[in-house]
Ligand binder design. Structure first.
Ligand SMILES: [Zn+2]
Length: 232
């Protein structure tokens, strides 16, 4: 069974970096639990060093991870420097990090850069959670919390970021990525089943933000729906 240990940085009495009322500990938890969900959807077991806003010190985090056998240990953080002075994503591995760790770190870094973060690269560091964990370990800094544009990407593309990181992990584990059926697809399938929609592919493709739907098709849909309800 494939198994990952996720570590959401800071929490509880330690908010991590802060900027304009925003706390790193919250961002780490929110983003980390989002890609944990994606991993579990693919049958990958995920253990987490915390699942709420509680204090967990560094030694507890590494000890937690070392109790199990994991394919990877991934620590989730956001960076900070001086307000609005630095930006981008970077991923750290241990100074003597394995090739396995390096490969995933590169994959995660690429996913973040593809979504618009400036590429600060894959680097090495002597952080406790990298040094003291047995599993191939990395620490990802998902943009700077004290940079407005990085927060814009973090918030505006949060789902894509979670999916991108999960995809990188899934790929390294050799599991096939499965697209989640969208709510629209499910709704369209229901209408297709009832004979209201004849071309479900058309609606899934066109009935979304930024696209347009043929007026005649929309009129037909409305008429058929009205007819459907009148039957009852
Ligand atoms: Zn941090």
């Amino acid at each position: 069974m494939r198994k990952i240990c996720l570590d959401y940085g800071h929490g509880g009495t330690d908010p991590g970096a802060m900027y304009k009322g925003r706390r790193e500990s919250d961002d780490n938890l929110r983003m980390g639990t989002a890609f944990a969900k994606e991993l579990r959807r693919h049958g990958i077991a995920v253990d987490e060093t915390r699942t709420s806003d509680v204090t967990v010190d560094l030694r507890e985090r590494s000890a937690f991870s070392n109790k199990g056998t994991y394919d990877y240990f991934i620590s989730v953080h956001r960076n900070a420097f001086k307000p609005e002075m630095a930006s981008g994503a970077e991923t750290f591995i241990s100074v003597n990090g394995s090739e396995k760790a390096k490969n995933l770190a590169r994959g995660i870094q690429r996913a973040l850069v593809d979504l618009g973060f400036y590429d600060r690269g894959v680097k090495t560091a002597k952080f406790h959670v990298l040094r003291e964990t047995k599993a191939p370990a990395m620490l990802v800094e998902i943009g700077f919390i004290d940079n407005t544009n990085d927060n814009f990407i973090f918030d505006g593309k949060s789902e894509e970021i979670a999916r991108g990181i999960a995809k990188a992990i899934i790929e390294e584990l050799g599991v096939e990525y499965m697209e989640e059926e969208s709510a629209l697809k499910q709704a369209v399938d229901i209408l297709a089943e009832k004979g209201i929609i004849g071309t479900p592919e058309y609606w899934v493709e066109h009935a979304k933000a930024g696209k347009t739907v043929n007026g005649e098709y929309a009129a037909t849909l409305i008429e058929r729906m009205a007819a459907f309800f009148m039957k009852k």
